[in-house]
Structure formats: C-alpha cells, structure tokens
Write a protein that binds this ligand. Sequence first.
Ligand code: KIV
Length: 295
Amino acid sequence: MSSPKVTVPALRARKAQGPKIAMVTAYDATMAKLLETGGADVLLVGDSLGMVVQGLPNTLPVTLDEMCYHGRAVSRAAVRAHVMGDLPFLSYQASPEQAVMAAGKLLKEGGCESVKLEGGRDFAEHVRRIVSASIPVMAHIGLTPQSVHAMGGFRVQGRGAEAAERLVEDAKILEQAGAFGLVLEGIPSDLGQRITESVSIPTVGIGAGPHCDGQVLVCYDFLGMYPDLRPRFVKRFAEVGDAIVEATRAYVAEVQGGAFPTDAHSFGSSPKLEPTGNRPVVGSLPPGYGPASGE
Ligand code: KIV
C-alpha cells in the first residue's frame, strides 16, 4: 500500500507528533522521483536553482516563469511528497497584491501545493493576504539569500541578543499572520531551538542546528554534486558528482575505443528478434523510438 499524500495539515501535525520533516530541493522530474522514493516529505522547488542549475552567483535573477517551469516538472513526478515553490526575488516584495498573484501563479501554472517566501515582519501582510487566498505559506527567516547584498554576503544571522530577539519576534509575527511553517536558515543552534520552542508551527532548519522540527538541504549539496560552495551546514550523504565523472570517463573511453555500442545495444532488422531477448522494445520507449508502422 502506498503512503498517504503529505499535506499541509499533516506537516503541521509533525511538530507535536513527529517524525521530523525531511525536506529537500528538487528541480526536475527525474530527481523528484528519486528523492520521493528515498522518502523525502517535501520537495522544495527552490530558487537555489539559479545557482545549482543555471550557474548564477546568487538567486536574484530567477524569474517566476522559471519557477513555474521547474514546479511543473517536479509536481508531475511527485505522488506522495508535498511540493512547495519558492517565490523568487521581486515577484512578491512590491505589495501584498503582487504576492497573492505570484503565489497563485506558482499553484496554477507551477503545480505547487504551497509557497515559501523570504522575509520577516515586513512581509506579515503579504503572508496574511496569500493565506486568505487559500494558499499555504511557509516563511523563511535568518539568512535569506535574496537579501545577499543587504547582508553583505551569505552570512550567519541572529548573532547577539538584539538580533536574536528580533528574529524570535519575526517568527511569532509570521505565525500570527498565518504561515504554516518557518524555514530557519543560517542562525546559531541555540536561537534555532529558541524559535522552535516559541512558535506552535513547525520550523525547518538549514544551518540552524539540530533542534528544529525538520531539516532542508539543497539536493545537489547533500548528494555531493555542487563543488563550488561547501557551507559548514552541508553534510554530503553521497558523492554522486564523483560517480558521474567516473561513469562519463568510462563512457568516453568505450566510445573512443569502439567497445560501445555492441550488438546488445543495437536494433536488429526484425522487430520480432531484438537483441534484448525478444523483450517488447516498443512499449518501453517514448513515441517515435519504435519500429516504423507497418513493420
Ligand atoms: O532556494 C532554496 O533552495 C531554499 C532552501 C535552501 C531553504 O530556499
């Protein structure tokens, strides 16, 4: 029997009931399917795709249309996992009205089931208005990558009593505004714990210590596929990047040495006697890859 769909009420209930929320980013259907098979609860179509997919130095140039494109790919593959979409830079900051329209587009055209937006108390009204349009919102505070220039780089936030207090207040204000959860990024562990204990909605940490109600990592980071940046909070659970390089080397060597392809990877002239041992090749291939009609 397949596991039930991860819904927003189910995610909220995890705070009291556990287990912790396991969230990962996903940007395409193939990866989404693999991550869901691995048991991820939430697939976040993060604007981090600007860096790990598009090769940009930060997330600022990512557009809402690009987010919708990747959202469609991920939501096509996800069955059990909840699909959340990031509101990219300048798609929501200008006004609560702009925020509702952008969030709605991520659901209507991007196939997402909730949205995430960066920012503290200044965005409480934006959250309220999105939620009143029946769109679930997760807020994101602490190190907010869309504020990279204002922060002077990707720097840990909430250090010092005043900055910490402000983040605790932000968390409570966003909960009051209707956010169903909070991403806490790049803050000291004790502050992650304090915020988690101060709100009744789940917190999902990334570089916020072990006390949050869940964790999120960029999939390319925890799979060891993004060598450009290696923040302290990333644990590599595999070295998929190395495996890809090795496999590519083997492929190149076989192509150049003539060892690939062999008959086993080639088509015979009779569709009834394929070298795969008569396995019906046509059914397993996309349209256009089977024998021509009439054969
Ligand atoms: O864009 C993203 O991937 C994110 C997560 C790292 C939280 O916002």
